[in-house]
Design a protein around this ligand. Structure first.
Ligand code: ZN
Length: 185
């Protein structure tokens, strides 16, 4: 496995690659499994919750998402895990249904580190995709962080960046100097 370089929106050559629409994947090979493993490693090394192949310069429709475990502090101060982490490898993912209602929340991107903007997204989405074995899977009515990450990553596969979804670019915040940054995908 290897940590790959993440392309940056502010680099003109990188941006050209990020703006391309990625190609559908037709072959489910060991090389594809190795790519997914590299994508998880790259995403974790950058403390992200999602990464799409175009972000490492590969114009193919594959993305990974990691949702951290949900934890809850008990009255005695100990922290217990109430929901396990979730890992997804999404190949040729497609939004097949979305809520009419939308939600605006702060979003960041590993290709624009430290910058966060208010992005409107559907409150929930249902997504069809293929897993690493080429088997069809469905995530129903994903909301919260998963719903947002799914929409962010599928946008990357279409060459759409989160800044293009913002209605008011002046709300883009620069938190590069802050020690405690929100998540990026
Ligand atoms: Zn991103």
């Amino acid at each position: 496995m290897a940590v790959r370089r993440i392309l940056q929106i502010e680099d003109p050559d990188d941006k050209r690659v990020l703006k391309n629409r990625a190609h559908a994947i037709k072959q489910f090979t060991p090389a594809l499994q190795a790519l997914a493993a590299d994508m998880f490693e790259t995403m974790h090394a950058a403390n992200g919750v999602g990464l799409a192949a175009p972000q490492i310069g590969i114009s193919q429709r594959i993305a990974v998402i990691w949702i951290p475990p949900a934890e809850e502090e008990q009255p005695d101060g100990t922290v217990v895990e109430i929901e396990p982490e979730q890992n997804y490898v999404l190949i040729n993912p497609e939004v097949v249904k979305r809520s009419d209602k939308e939600e605006i929340a702060q979003e960041g991107c590993l290709s624009l580190p430290g910058r966060y903007g208010d992005v409107p997204r559907a409150s929930w989405v249902t997504v069809d995709y293929l897993d690493l074995e080429g088997k069809r899977q469905r995530i129903r009515k994903a909301d919260g962080l998963l719903g947002r990450a799914l929409q962010h990553e599928i946008d990357h596969l279409d060459g759409v960046l989160f800044t293009e979804r913002m209605r008011d670019l002046s709300t883009l915040k620069d938190l590069r100097e802050d020690a405690d940054q929100p998540v990026e995908a």
